[in-house]
Design a protein around this ligand. Structure first.
Ligand SMILES: Nc1ncnc2c1ncn2[C@@H]1O[C@H](COP(=O)(O)OP(=O)(O)OP(=O)(O)O)[C@@H](O)[C@H]1O
Ligand SMILES: [Mg+2]
Length: 417
């Protein structure tokens, strides 16, 4: 039987709590006010938000609009920390909210306003999809104060820590196999395909090539965070991440030869978690061979992308990496990319497939000297060598499409690694 009953007070969307039930945010909590953007379809709701959240001052922006406007907004601008969105009149709210989840960074708290008072609907959004709160219309100033002030004042920070974007770990079966080329260009393609926000983390502290491929100059922030995780606070990202595209940030280092210190596993974990909170996808360019302090990323990753060439060392090491990841995680989430498949002197395809025990998941041909030219120009290869895009397309579909197909709900998608 459909459940249309009103929820009990503690579980109630839009219900004002009784005495002692929370009573809004304290003055101290309010010091941590979050930038909030709201998209609402009617003036009554807009007024309730403006008055109920008056203490946000300039941090609150109330716009006329709905879920579609919210999606368009987050495609362009991800600076808001709280998104309030009106879903009244939207036929398939669940699917539409999944569209928002694709572009809205995982650390953004989402509050939904609608006209469905059913407890089942409330539970689906809040418990099933990871929405911070659901309020049904008509909204009152009191409801907004009681239920939304704690959210915009950071009182529900605990919930956020559990969410995270998908980690894609990219490494080479051997040096020079094309890992950085894949990491940089897959990151750009994912940005376009998913419309989400991408963090590209280059863990080569010395002579990392990702920054050169993107014409960026990294500073010392990443090395400090990796060595001393206590110094990696939430401001670390703001200081360290370089915006190379509106929705792609590079986190990299450029240490002088011989000067890199000790990278700790705790530091790698901390940096990865900070990035997962901020980006829908975190693409990591790992050194080959991957040092023990960074191997935790194989476990954290949703996918491991392994670059290999048509040579005997690549085949042997690709198998070894796949076995290692399988032992570590109990799952086979390694995608093997045979790069420069047709290069002169390379192993024939049958031998590569036989050595791997199966066909590679993607094949990129040798694309000639324009690839190196792109590096020297500081232009992403995907924009310089047209054929690369086509070759990477199946991989990008696999990386973004797997998630889309399996995205039954919002929070589980964020919770998945
Ligand atoms: N399919 C390709 N065709 C032609 N050149 C390529 C191809 N893929 C990569 N390259 C070139 O090969 C060189 C090495 O690539 P890349 O830096 O991505 O390798 P890597 O695995 O990251 O190396 P390292 O182990 O040093 O980090 C670069 O100059 C790149 O432009
Ligand atoms: Mg590299």
């Amino acid at each position: 039987m459909p459940d249309h009953s009103l929820p009990a007070a503690a579980d109630a969307p839009g219900a004002a709590p009784g005495p002692g039930a929370g009573g809004g945010a304290s003055a101290a909590a309010l010091q941590n006010l979050a930038r909030t953007v709201a998209f609402v379809s009617d003036e009554t709701t807009a007024t309730a938000l403006r008055v109920g959240l008056i203490s946000l001052g300039e941090e609150l922006e109330v716009r006329k609009g709905d879920l579609r406007h919210a999606i368009r907004h987050f495609e362009r601008d991800a600076t808001a920390q709280v998104c309030i969105v009106d879903i009244e009149g939207i036929a398939d709210a669940q699917t539409a909210l999944e569209g928002l989840a694709h572009v809205c960074p995982p650390n953004v708290r989402v509050v939904v306003i609608g006209d469905n008072p059913g407890i089942g609907f409330y539970r689906m959004l809040v418990h099933g999809m990871g929405v911070s709160e659901y309020l049904y219309k008509p909204l009152t100033r009191d409801t907004v104060q009681q239920l939304l002030l704690p959210i915009v004042s950071g009182a529900s920070m605990g919930q956020r820590a559990q969410r995270g974007g998908s980690v894609i770990a990219v490494c080479g079966a051997r040096g020079g196999a094309g890992a950085t080329t894949l990491a940089v260009n897959v990151a750009l393609e994912l940005m376009d395909a998913s419309k989400g926000h991408i963090g590209l983390l280059d863990l080569h502290l010395q002579s990392g090539a990702a920054a050169a491929m993107l014409s960026a100059r990294p500073g010392p922030g990443l090395r400090i965070a990796l060595e001393d995780p206590d110094r990696a606070d939430s401001l670390f990202l703001d200081r360290t991440a370089i915006a190379v595209e509106p929705r792609l940030k590079l986190i990299a280092a450029e240490e002088a030869f011989g000067s890199a210190g000790e990278v700790s596993e705790a530091g790698v974990n901390r940096v990865a978690e900070l990035l997962r909170a901020r980006f829908n996808y975190v693409v990591v360019d790992l050194p080959a061979p991957t040092p023990p302090s960074m191997q935790c990323l194989f476990a954290m990753a949703r996918h491991v992308v392994l670059a290999m060439g048509p040579d005997i060392v690549s085949v042997r090491e690709a198998k070894a990496v796949r076995d290692f990841v399988r032992r570590l995680t109990g799952a086979d989430h390694v995608l093997t990319v045979l790069n420069r498949a047709d290069m002169k002197g390379g192993l024939p395809r049958e031998l590569v497939d036989k050595g791997l025990g199966r066909a590679p998941d993607a094949v990129v041909p040798d694309l000639g000297p324009r690839m190196l030219e792109a590096v020297n120009l500081g232009t992403p290869a995907i924009r310089h060598v047209r054929a690369l895009r086509g070759a990477l397309a199946p991989l990008v579909v696999e990386l973004s499409g797997v998630q889309r197909a399996a995205a039954a709900s919002w929070l589980p998608r964020w919770l998945r690694r």
